[in-house]
Design a protein around this ligand. Structure first.
Ligand code: AP5
Length: 213
């Protein structure tokens, strides 16, 4: 299975990706996680990306495309992958198409998780993650267990200001790639409002109930 998760910031892409990669036995390729790791490690890519990310702007296409295309060419992605947060612009979608055609593989599904803008800010500002396990929590919707509550951290771009900028970028740059995939007949649109279990069930049904035994 080769698939893409698309949706506004805070739609639940990371939350659902964790379940889907487990169910389908595929590798999880999150462009945001890769960029945050590069920033943390102080690599040349990380130094270039840091300012864009803090502001909630998009990291330039050439940097992100090279990073993701190289990643999905690795051996652990040979049997399938879940792209989370990529592509986010039309040039990224076209570059992915070319790379996959060159590799003789095709996308099986693009899952669009829709959540109204009014809910996004609450989801983003309440998000916390466990630096030791990478587990995602929410102060209100999915509170971290007491044993780890003191060590959870907030992302630098989860401020109200950066969230508004990210949402604007989503509508201007990312939403326009949706028709590109609809025209290919592989788009599955999911209502992202509800509990994570409810959303997961909708995605599984939209994918034809195909989960690993
Ligand atoms: P990235 O890390 O991709 O961030 P994003 O797309 O803004 O998405 P998020 O990670 O914020 O949200 P999510 O949808 O994964 O939600 P989550 O599951 O965590 O990108 C960050 C930055 O990197 C970008 O701004 C850009 O600068 C750069 N970048 C990355 N990719 C790029 C690219 N391709 N091109 C250019 N630049 C790029 O859930 C959010 C919260 O809600 C959590 O607290 C969770 O517990 C809670 N929650 C989840 N589901 C539910 C539910 N059903 N009900 C209640 N709460 C829920």
């Amino acid at each position: 299975m080769r698939m893409i998760l698309v949706g506004p910031p805070g739609a639940g892409k990371g939350t659902q990706a964790a379940r889907l990669v487990h169910d389908h036995g595929i590798c999880h390729v999150s462009s945001g996680d890769m960029l945050r790791a590069a920033v943390k490690d102080g690599t040349a890519l990380g130094k270039q990306a840091d300012d864009y990310m803090r502001r909630g702007a998009l990291v330039p296409d050439d940097l992100v495309i090279a990073m993701v295309i190289e990643r999905i060419g690795k051996a652990d992605c040979a049997d399938g992958f879940m792209l989370d947060g990529f592509p986010r612009t039309r040039p990224q979608a076209e570059a992915l198409d070319r790379a996959m055609a060159a590799a003789g593989v095709a996308l099986d599904a693009v899952v669009l998780i829709e959540v109204p803008d009014g809910l996004i800010l609450r989801r983003i500002t309440g998000r916390r993650s466990d630096p030791e396990t990478g587990e995602i929590y929410h102060l209100e919707f999915q509170p971290p267990p007491p044993a780890i509550a003191a060590r959870v951290v907030q992302r630098k771009d989860d401020t109200e200001e950066a969230c508004r900028a990210r949402l604007e970028k989503y509508h201007s740059e990312t939403a326009p790639i949706v028709p590109f995939y609809r025209d290919k007949g592989i788009l599955r649109t999911i209502d992202g409002v509800g509990t994570p279990d409810e959303v997961a069930a909708r995605i599984t049904a939209a994918l034809g109930g195909k989960v690993r035994a």
